[in-house]
Design a protein around this ligand. Structure first.
Ligand SMILES: Cc1ncc(COP(=O)(O)O)c(C=O)c1O
Length: 476
């Protein structure tokens, strides 16, 4: 049967989708956090569902209600304290529906004129938030991983222009970039993807919760250079994934300046700290970066995928990512995103950021970030009172804690942390994971959540303590 839009029940379908949207947002705590479903069973549930004939709009929405919704994770649940996946602002979630009905190719302005203008406003606002010069260029990418990759591709082009032209044969020394061991794995992946290999990514051990030690970094750069390597970039992290450590950005900016290195900041998670007067100074130095990755889809409460890449090198972008034959694409004198970055077609995720902030305001994000941090400190205090060892020095919204057992085998105690996390996740009452830090496993609680309140944190602390005592065999 040929598709005929005029015969589709659009009004009913839109109403049904709206009901589902309301059901999800009004029932945040009604569902389990982790759906707790068997993967094979789920695969069976979807097997043979895509056939020659479709079932129609309304039955498909019913299937969403029956098959997808109960088997999905509730990241907006107030006790989702897990990976750095935020609880999305409702207006930003609505943007996803609307943007998909339009030409959502943000690669070229003439394809998505209004949405591209909204994205430019997003870039302008983030440029201001980070205290950057208004001449900085920026674009939305499908993840912080892509933003760091794009930053390192520019770093490579700047430092090794011959490599850009002739490939690795042009190199007269091993290119090296530096980061901390606590940096996100996407830094190494990006380094490997731009061709410097695992050996070209030097990950240095950190201090405290894992921040880069600038003195050790400088020693290593000088040593590598004296041995014929070609240091070209440092990737610092503003808010590491495991423990929320912030690298000393200002010192690293000085060091990069002294050594002529590209300075990329991974502010994917911790970038939202600039919203708070009390934390903004901790990010001082970010304005001297060459490029920045920040994820509005983390602590700015925008749905995945909405990452922002910012760079001071607008002209270099155009040279590095110059497109070949584009005779089929109209030109209008401005450098479209597809001429300044890796993607060609690009989902217009900037609309979600713009609609989220337009509807709810930066103040809603700021309040939530502050509340997340305060509740994280509360959780640390409560867990310490319950007898957990709590990792000191937390500044952002990650709490790490361990249940220690006197005279236990260290590996067994590490496994106990994993069992505690798995047990709570299985209950469907909360979601968090464990992270490795200082050669030990820690329960890791990450609040990137609009909806968590004090009562949830008190409930969680009791639940985790009860689980730890039960599994460790102590008094409950
Ligand atoms: C500090 C940090 N950088 C980069 C990433 C990767 O970002 P994305 O998942 O948006 O690619 C993450 C993901 O959690 C992160 O925490």
């Amino acid at each position: 049967m040929s598709f005929d839009l005029t015969r589709e029940p659009l009004e009913d379908a839109a109403g049904r989708a709206a009901d589902l949207f309301v059901e999800i947002y009004r029932g945040l705590e009604d569902r389990r956090v982790d759906p707790g479903v068997d993967r094979d069973e789920l695969r069976r549930l979807f097997r043979h569902t895509l056939t020659e004939e479709g079932i129609g709009l309304l039955p498909t929405l019913s299937e969403f209600r029956d098959r997808i919704l109960p088997n999905s994770m509730g990241t907006p649940h107030p006790l989702y304290l897990g990976l750095v996946n935020s609880s999305p602002l409702p207006a930003a979630a609505l943007a996803d529906l609307l943007v998909s009905c339009l030409n959502n190719n943000g690669g070229a302005v003439h394809q998505s004129p209004a949405i591209s203008a909204a994205e430019q406003e997003v870039v302008r606002v983030f440029t201001r938030l980070f205290g950057l010069d208004p001449s900085w260029s920026g674009m939305v990418l499908p993840g912080g991983t892509f933003a760091t990759l794009q930053g390192l591709a520019l770093a490579r082009a700047r430092h090794f222009p011959d490599w850009q032209a002739r490939g690795p044969a042009a190199l007269d020394g091993r290119p090296v970039l530096y980061t901390s061991q606590a940096a996100h794995f996407s830094v190494t992946r990006s380094g490997v993807t731009v061709g410097i290999g695992d050996d070209g990514v030097v990950a240095l051990s950190g201090t405290g919760r894992g921040s880069l030690d600038t003195a050790a970094l400088e020693d290593r750069i000088e040593r590598d250079r004296s041995q014929g390597s070609r240091p070209f970039a440092v990737v610092a992290t503003a808010g590491t994934t495991g423990t929320g450590a912030i690298d000393p950005l200002s010192d690293i900016a000085d060091l990069c300046h002294r050594h002529g290195l590209w300075f990329h900041v991974d502010a994917c998670y911790g970038g939202a700290a600039v919203l708070l007067d009390e934390l903004r100074p901790r990010l001082a130095g970010i304005e001297r970066a060459d490029s920045i990755a920040v994820d509005p889809h983390k602590w700015f409460f925008i749905p995945i995928a909405a990452a922002l890449f910012l760079t001071r090198h607008a002209e270099l972008e155009c040279r590095t990512f110059a497109a070949g034959d584009t005779s089929y694409i109209p030109q209008h004198g401005e450098a479209d995103a597809f001429r300044r970055g890796i993607p060609t077609s690009r989902r217009s995720s900037g609309l979600g950021i713009w609609m989220g902030l337009r509807a709810h305001g930066l103040s809603a994000v700021r309040d939530a970030v502050r509340r997340n941090i305060e509740l994280t400190r509360l959780l640390e205090r409560l867990l310490a009172e319950e007898g957990f060892e709590v990792l000191p020095g937390g500044e952002l919204s990650i709490a790490c804690a361990r249940w220690e057992v006197a005279e236990g085998d260290p590996d067994e105690i590490d496994r106990l942390q994993t069992r505690i996390a798995e047990d709570v996740v299985r209950s469907g009452l909360a979601w968090f994971s464990t992270a490795r830090h200082a050669d030990r496993n820690w329960l890791r609680f990450n609040l990137v959540n609009l909806y968590t309140r004090e009562r949830h944190i008190r409930r969680l602390s009791g639940l985790v303590a009860e689980t730890a005592r039960r599994l460790a065999g102590g008094p409950v």
